[in-house]
Every structure is written in structure tokens, then in C-alpha cells.
Design a protein around this ligand. Structure first.
Ligand code: HEC
Length: 188
């Protein structure tokens, strides 16, 4: 048993890239990009809710969210997006690294940490390339999130979601749950 732990530790160490660079500027830039991206998405959601309620807002999320995501990726020259352990849009499904970070976020939350401030970053080696990866948790608020992600979704809203997202897994959340995370990948 001990031997197994030790050998896997050595295996981890041997693939971990040497980080010579001070990561502070990348972390700061990632935080700023998330703020900008979140503000953009939140602004669209708020405006759509005001204009036509949740049904209109679902349409806006459905047609605009991925476009906004692309704009923020291009603007920064990185991959910028959202992910979740229970995605609504399967294009937001996590890769292995993202899944393990999301699972760590759940463990940190269970240990009492506030999801509002939760983030994680790391330099990883993928396909022979050093990447800087950053994630920030997205907490679920009662309003407006639960209208479309909660456990008592109004029938008309549920029906619209069923139509647009037949594989939807993003329901049944409670206020304070981690809905998902912003995720950024920068090449180094
Ligand atoms: C009007 C309904 C509606 C409301 C309100 C709403 N969402 Fe969503 N949410 C959606 C839809 C639709 C998508 C899928 C967007 C797409 O196709 O890219 C989505 C996707 C997401 C995603 C991306 C991951 C995934 O599941 O695909 C996150 C994270 C998310 N919502 C968080 C929130 C949070 C946090 C709130 C509250 C601030 C919220 N949502 C409020 C409808 C809504």
C-alpha cells in the first residue's frame, strides 16, 4: 500500500512541469477576464428577464451564451468558458482536469469554504504543452437562478428547457450550491 502511494507520488512529480514564472499576472488577468465575462452574461440575462421573463431569457441564453463565450475567448486569446458537473449545454461538459477541480470545490464547500471566493489555478502539462489553467466557482443564488436551475421549475419553463436541452442536467439546485465554474486556459 505504502509503496503504491509513493510510486504514484513520484509519477506525479515527474510529469509536473517546472514553474519558473511568477503566476501573479496570469492570475490577476484571469480574475479580470472572469469579471468581464460574468458581467457580460449577467447583463444579458438581467435584460432578457426584464424584457420577457424566464421564457424570453431561456431563448437569449440558448442563442447568445456560447457566442458571448467565444467573444471573450477571442478577446483574451485564451480559452474562456463555463463548465459544470451537471451541465445544461453539453458543450460545457468538463474535461478531466475541470471535473477534478469541480469535485475539489464540492469538498472545499463541504468543509465550510464560501463558494463565492473559491478559485483554483495550476500549471499543467497537456499534450507536451505547458498550460496555465484557472477556475472560479459560480454559486447559485435563489434569484434569479432557481427559476431555471431549481427543483420547482414552473411547467412552461421546464417544457421550454426540455425542448432546447433534451440532455439538461442543470436542475435541482438549491441556493448556495455550486452551479459550476468559470474556466480559463492560457498557453504559456
Ligand atoms: C431564464 C433561465 C435561466 C436563469 C434565470 C439562469 N440560467 Fe443558467 N442557464 C440557462 C440556460 C438556458 C443555459 C444554457 C446556455 C447555453 O446553451 O449555453 C444556462 C447555463 C448556465 C451555466 C453554464 C453551464 C451549463 O450548465 O451549461 C451556468 C454556470 C449557469 N447557467 C449558471 C446560472 C446562474 C449562477 C444563474 C443565476 C445567476 C443562472 N444560471 C440563471 C438558463 C438560465
Amino acid at each position: 500500500m505504502k509503496k503504491l502511494v509513493l510510486s504514484s507520488l513520484i509519477a506525479c512529480l515527474s510529469v509536473a512541469p517546472a514553474v519558473a514564472e511568477d503566476l501573479t499576472p496570469r492570475v490577476d488577468a484571469s480574475r479580470a477576464a472572469v469579471k468581464d465575462f460574468a458581467g457580460n452574461l449577467g447583463g444579458e440575462l438581467k435584460a432578457a428577464l426584464k424584457k420577457g421573463g424566464p421564457l424570453e431569457a431561456i431563448k437569449v441564453c440558448n442563442t447568445k451564451a456560447m457566442g458571448i463565450t467565444r467573444v471573450h475567448s477571442e478577446k483574451n486569446g485564451w480559452q474562456v468558458g463555463r463548465t459544470s458537473l451537471k451541465p445544461r449545454n453539453s458543450a460545457n461538459a468538463p474535461d478531466d482536469w475541470e471535473r477534478s477541480v469541480l469535485e475539489q470545490f464540492e469538498i472545499r464547500k463541504a468543509a465550510g469554504e464560501d463558494p463565492k471566493k473559491m478559485e483554483h489555478y495550476e500549471v499543467v502539462m497537456q499534450n507536451g504543452k505547458q498550460l496555465f489553467r484557472y477556475m472560479k466557482a459560480i454559486p447559485t443564488a435563489e434569484r434569479p437562478c432557481l427559476a431555471c436551475h431549481g427543483s420547482r421549475i414552473k411547467p412552461a419553463i421546464a417544457e421550454t428547457l426540455d425542448k432546447r436541452y433534451p440532455q439538461d442536467r442543470a436542475r435541482g439546485y438549491k441556493a448556495g450550491d455550486i452551479r459550476g465554474a468559470f474556466t480559463i486556459t492560457q498557453t504559456m
